[in-house]
Design a protein around this ligand. Sequence first.
Ligand code: 5AD
Ligand code: SF4
Length: 472
Amino acid sequence: MAKTLSPGAENAQLQQEYTELIRTVLSVKYPDGAPKAFVHTYGCQGNVADGERLMGMLTEMGYVFTDVREEADFILLNTCAIREHAEDRIYGNVGALKPLKNSRPDVIVALCGCMMQQAHVCEKIKKSYPFVNLVFGTFALPRFPALVYRVLTGEKHVFDTGEESASPLNEGLPVFRESKFKAWLPVMYGCNNFCTYCVVPYVRGRERSRTAEAILAEAKTIIAGGAKEITLLGQNVNSYGKGSPDGVDFPALLRMLNALPGDFKIRFMTSHPKDCTKELLDTMASCEKVAHHLHLPVQSGSNRVLREMNRCYTRETYLELIRYARSVMPDISLTSDIIVGFPGETYEEFLQTLSLIREVCFTSLFTFIFSPRAGTKAANMDDPVPAAEKSRWFSELIRAQEEIAAERSRETVGRVFEVLVEGSAREQNSWLTGRTDGNVIIDFPGDEKLIGTRANVRVTQAKNWVLTGELI
Ligand code: 5AD
Ligand code: SF4
């Protein structure tokens, strides 16, 4: 009788099979030492998490990593499609590889990630960048070793950008974690929301949640490895578990993770306001390991624009959520994403966004000018406002947020925060940089031995939004 394997076991078996074949090929091809791989990930933390799995697989194949592109035997660019600017940069960086490939034809050039999941991009790669050896999309991660094997054994162009996947949850893949004390943990993939500007549902497919069992097992491994912070990832974590057989939804998942023993904090992103429930906020408030930080992208303060964006909430319901969050967690830190210049947005509507951000007082904002993405509804909407005008609105938004952040920063002087010490400060010798639960950076003098631990820091000075402090 045929044995049925769990998705993780099936993936692991596939890895093992091809990884062994690749190790043999590589030991013949590179008899003088391990071949080197250069991996660069663009875009969001979801992509970073994929990148960590790809690096895990490369490690098992026998590659070591280098930061120097010119000395790499394998170059992998893990791409992002969210805005045109990101795509332009990537085309530029791929083009820049041509001389390298001319001088060392043996180098393998591979492209993967969201941008490759679009047919017009693949056509362009085939036509304009024929030196690229391997192109694969977001559904092909478990097949990575099989694809590399095909290239190593002589195929010049390998493309795998289909949506079919026997195990679309990437279970059972090895992970190379770049940080010892901060870990990314994907809980779900894909998005069902089809906001009219967004390409994600097209390049990442429909929502699918990992089982709570798989997530808890990965969290335990991460904690045993000494991590002090776990960030749960998903395009829309609040719809985690919808329709799942084990009945675990996102608040329940948070409670299960919170109950794991160990000295660690839990963060998560991204939340969609339409699915952010009072139960979730109550759960955040009552779970001592969950950081009081909520990234809740509002995108616009105008109800008409929100409707056109298909966001399924209003300015009023958003503000009500914020009020409730602050009532159960007075110290909560709120961050958000804003799009300026959505097709048809008027200056008056933009002013409603400005008034909303002033009303909420976000800790920080990620701000974007609308970028039309092929295949999305908004790409075909009338867009009469000139780019220069949108840039002016954008600057106005940034100035407003800087004022808000400066005011918030001033209020923190004299207060003590617990931070996770993340590394050396960039601008000051023998200073450290730490991050509060609210995702605010504080620089302070201290010994490098503290990196990766938690420390209490009193804020002594606030310059704009940069805080400096002293160890307690
Ligand atoms: N144009 C501009 N910004 C966009 N975002 C997503 N799609 C677009 C687009 N087409 C922004 C949204 C989202 C963040 C991740 O990127 O604000 O929340
Ligand atoms: Fe894009 Fe909207 Fe899905 Fe976020 S929720 S990934 S903005 S479609």
